[in-house]
Ligand binder design. Sequence first.
Ligand SMILES: Cc1cc2nc3c(=O)[nH]c(=O)nc-3n(C[C@H](O)[C@H](O)[C@H](O)COP(=O)(O)OP(=O)(O)OC[C@H]3O[C@@H](n4cnc5c(N)ncnc54)[C@H](O)[C@@H]3O)c2cc1C
Length: 379
Amino acid sequence: MHFDLIIVGASFAGLAAARTAASRGLSVAVVEAKREAGARVHTSGILVREAIEEIDIPHHLTRRVPGVRLYAPNMRSSDLVSPGYAFYTTRTAELLRWMANEAKAAGAHILYATRFEGAVRCGDVIRLDGIDLSTRFLVGADGARSRVARTFGLSLNRRFLTGVEVEIEASDAIDPRFLHCFVNSRLAPGYIAWAAPGPDVVQVGVAVRDGTKPDLAAFMAATEAEFGWAAAKVVGRRSGLIPCGGPLSRTAAPGVLLVGDAAGWVSPMTGGGIRLAFQYGRRAASAIADHLQSRGPAPEAVLARALPGYALKTLLRRALDLAPANPVLNLALSTPPARRLAERIYFHRRGGGGIDREAYLRWLDAEAAGRVGTGPRQV
Ligand SMILES: Cc1cc2nc3c(=O)[nH]c(=O)nc-3n(C[C@H](O)[C@H](O)[C@H](O)COP(=O)(O)OP(=O)(O)OC[C@H]3O[C@@H](n4cnc5c(N)ncnc54)[C@H](O)[C@@H]3O)c2cc1C
């Protein structure tokens, strides 16, 4: 079978790209090693608002979480909000199944339980090893350790955070208005621990820098007094590697392009990659359609112009990798500039304008208690 475009990986980047490419009229196949989209989810699946805007995710697959409660190692916390902005936790497996259905509805073929092992280029055609498939263009959306990248001698991710998470039934363990983020160089060296109110479960996790092992049990034991995790039933686990070295340099060969984690499109600071997978997965598909249908420029050149720089976030990643001592973090996080920096990192200065912060927090409180009032006053 011959296609205009074969995409390896039916996850956030691959499915977003498949839907766009099929909608643009390309014949598209997606090759996925798992038996279905959404099997063995390895991500927390928390979306920034921009991700929701990118592909209009159905409301019932998400839960809106307006703020961030940031804890210093001494467990003093600050509430970070930006009126108008929110994060969204997800029914992640269902979200991926929905994306697969959208791609199929647009005309893409998805071949599950089919592993990409390698490929060779013969003139203008790329033939996949061991599968009777060939394509004009191949996209590697196959994650942090991309086989497509290795096959075509492209750049590989070399720096990772390692994350582990449990899903627990504990509806009242945490304040549902917030993503609870814990900065602690002993329990989460190089990154953070978190507790997030998912649509159905609470997700508790920790991620750490290269060379260290995440110890979620130690984090949960250390915060047991505040949250009482021990009483909750564990109903799921997720874990995986998060590339944190920033976008890779060589992500394309003739007729081949990497997208998503395979291309290192993950914020080095926050570890978030889903929005970038949606946004640039779609952008890549559009650029490939322009290239194949209208002799448009090389897709990698189009993407290189569109991708953001990560200077500040890369710098902050280096600082976090040093895992400053907890007393230093306690001191730093108690200062207003640190809170402003944290708000900038979490909210990118979006939302906000003209709403009184304290009134907004009270309004969120009332909303959580089911007593929605007239809303915060404009100032
Ligand atoms: C523990 C953890 C928590 C995270 N939390 C968040 C978060 O809350 N928010 C956020 O924005 N980001 C988060 N991330 C990052 C985010 O999950 C990734 O950036 C995102 O999943 C990247 O999507 P992708 O489609 O590029 O790759 P992936 O989601 O990794 O998908 C790759 C797909 O390719 C398939 N595949 C791989 N090799 C082959 C092969 N040889 N043949 C066929 N198929 C193959 C895999 O089965 C998989 O389906 C987290 C990551 C981890 C590990």
